[in-house]
Design a binder for this molecule. Structure first.
Ligand code: KIV
Length: 272
């Protein structure tokens, strides 16, 4: 099977399914604002997730629960303005789809209409089946999210690996098959054993995108601010840091403060 990178002019939900079929791995990263999204898109990332992790990364909340639908739309529309190539997926935030399918559809429509994004992501399996169906029936592409689902953190109690026990693993596999059957175009699997993630990826024809789900899935996703090291307190095993921007930015900003205090900045050539 070829794993060469194909140039998709504009990544669509269909290109992702084709990538799985040809064995090309899918790259996905989060972005929440125009400037970062522009860099991520031009670097060739296939899918940009406007994740509700914005609640942690951008707003400093402890969990993803407080972010609102209006705030997600604000982040998503900033990202949409930056993008030429990537497919944009937006998280439906906590409280915008769990109570009933009609509300779920209304929330998804607001995201699509007001931000211009291409698809939505919802956390959960059989318990949100009717909501997913209704959104799909309206022609809105849906990405599923199983395993560790941070919107349910108070039910789980911890952020540890999910589906280690047989019963939960079986339910997860069943949910993944159900999401495929409903018509979801891909599924994120978060923090589950690599062996189970491989089994899920082999059991469905839609792409499985992992975060802490091992290498034998169809693509990988990370939170941008973690992979470029802007955050430094969050250190799960699955995270690979490609930069240490926290340190580099701190050093640069300290230097700027010194330069201002000592009147080194601005110099003559930086003045009019
Ligand atoms: O909100 C988010 O960033 C996510 C990823 C962790 C997959 O859902």
């Amino acid at each position: 099977m070829s794993t060469a990178k194909k140039e998709y002019k504009r990544v669509t939900v269909k290109s992702l399914v084709d990538m799985k079929a040809t064995g090309e791995k899918i790259s996905m990263l989060t972005a929440y604002d125009y400037t970062m999204a522009k860099i991520v898109d031009s670097a060739g990332v296939d899918v940009i997730l406007v994740g509700d992790s914005a609640s942690n990364v951008m707003a400093g909340h402890e969990t993803t629960l407080p972010i609102t639908l209006d705030q997600m739309i604000y982040h998503a529309s900033s990202v949409v303005r930056a993008i030429y190539r990537a497919l944009i997926v937006v998280d439906l935030p906590f409280g915008s789809y769990q109570s009933d399918p009609k509300e779920a559809l209304r929330s998804a429509i607001r995201i699509m209409k007001e931000s211009g994004a291409h698809s939505v992501k919802l956390e959960g399996g059989k318990e949100i089946k009717e909501s997913i169906k209704r959104i799909l029936n309206a022609g809105i592409p849906v990405m599923g999210h199983l395993g560790l689902t941070p919107q349910s953190i108070y039910k789980f109690g911890t952020y540890t690996v999910r589906a280690k026990e047989e019963q939960e693993a079986e339910q997860l596999l069943e949910d993944a098959k159900m999401l495929e059957k409903l018509g979801c175009f891909a599924i994120v699997l978060e923090k589950i054993p690599a062996k189970l993630a491989k089994q899920v990826a082999e059991s469905v024809s839609i792409p499985i995108i992992g975060i802490g789900a091992g290498p034998e899935v169809d693509g990988q996703v990370l939170v941008l601010h973690d992979m470029i090291g802007m955050t430094h307190e969050f250190n799960p095993r699955f995270l690979r840091r490609y930069l240490n921007l926290y340190e580099e930015m701190s050093t640069a900003i300290s230097q700027y403060v010194d330069d201002v205090k000592t009147q080194d900045f601005p110099n003559e050539s930086e003045s009019y």
